[in-house]
Design a protein around this ligand. Structure first.
Ligand code: SF4
Length: 125
């Protein structure tokens, strides 16, 4: 039995609206993508949807109370809650710099959580 679904491709800023008819993970019809990557994106969404995470964690001794972090690689969508649970345990201390690995290979998924902001130590007044 076939289903219809509309996707918004997030691979590039064009954000193509892609209309599909599919049966399980088999694409029967696809329209609206402006390039081949759109079809690959839909195929991935149907078989193994992945997402990346950007979040923030508490940091002590810096000029700001929170430090932004992100994943280095998209993870399976079903793992988002497990990964967020690990990110929520993180507590940083200044200084930190962009690219600093906060959690290596989070939940064994092959993606690291890294810092995305330089936060030096706050100077005392
Ligand atoms: S289908 Fe191609 S052009 Fe359209 S949003 Fe996806 S990557 Fe960009």
């Amino acid at each position: 039995m076939s289903d219809k679904r509309t996707f918004t491709c997030i691979v590039c800023p064009n954000g193509c609206t892609i209309e599909t008819v599919f049966d399980g993970d088999k694409i029967l019809e696809i329209n609206g993508q402006q390039c081949k990557r759109g079809e690959e994106y839909v195929r991935q969404e149907l078989t193994d949807p992945r997402r990346t995470i950007a979040s923030s964690v508490p940091i002590s001794g810096a000029t700001l109370p929170l430090c932004s972090v992100r994943l280095t690689k998209a993870i399976p969508k079903r793992e988002i809650f497990n990964v967020m649970r690990e990110i929520n345990k993180v507590r940083l201390a200044a200084p930190v710099s962009i690219g600093h690995v906060v959690i290596q290979d989070v939940c064994g998924l092959g993606s690291d959580v890294i810092v995305t902001k330089n936060l030096p130590k706050a100077t005392e007044a």
